[in-house]
Design a binder for this molecule. Sequence first.
Ligand code: CTP
Ligand code: CA
Length: 226
Amino acid sequence: EYFKESKQELKGKTILITAGPTKEIIDPVRYLTNRSSGKMGYALAEEAVKMGAQVILVSGDVGLKIPDQVVHVPIVSAQDMFEAVMKNYKHADIVIKSAAVADYRPKEVFSQKMKKKEGNLVIELERTKDILKELGLKQDKPYLVGFAAETEKVDEYAWGKLERKNADMIVANDVSKEGAGFAGDTNIVTMYKKNHTKRALPLLSKNETAKAILDEVIQEIKKSDQ
Ligand code: CTP
Ligand code: CA
């Protein structure tokens, strides 16, 4: 019933969403990761389906249920996510990169469990590929939405990322604010757009935030189609 009543504004559109952290393997029992819960990305996937979109969700196992009708592409590392996104973005009208991708990975992956030794341990890390930035360079780039979780200078960093990654929108939040952190069910985000306007949303549930972000994307795409 709900589906019949809703406006289905994303009918005919395919959205690729990345969510959650990546895991960068050190050895068979250890990895590097971050505090992303995946909740924001999964909320986006759920709301996009309700609006009639075809959704491809690229994420690791974050312990959340894959929303009904979503095609899930499982990944572990930043490199896996890069490959999954490059393989699938051509089918997508919109790509939303809510994943917290590791910036570095161990240069060497040990095939056996590392044994402890006397003294300090140094693990050399190398850069991963910037998936959003690579998408921004494509001729056939879909509408690109990036996320930025910051602890300071949110405006400055968000505008910088919009520019540097050639994205159409950056959704930024200050994770040091109460209600905008990683594990919670709420968020407080601001959307930064190409025409140098921004729109701040109040504290909302992650599902309401997702809906508002998708509404904004729909408006922007409509504008550029005119
Ligand atoms: N991102 C990506 N690939 C990476 C790193 C980040 O696609 N290797 C994407 C994220 O999914 C997010 C956006 O880029 O949508 C911004 O990520 P963020 O970590 O905030 O930006 P960085 O450019 O990595 O800068 P920094 O971590 O130094 O703030
Ligand atoms: Ca980063």
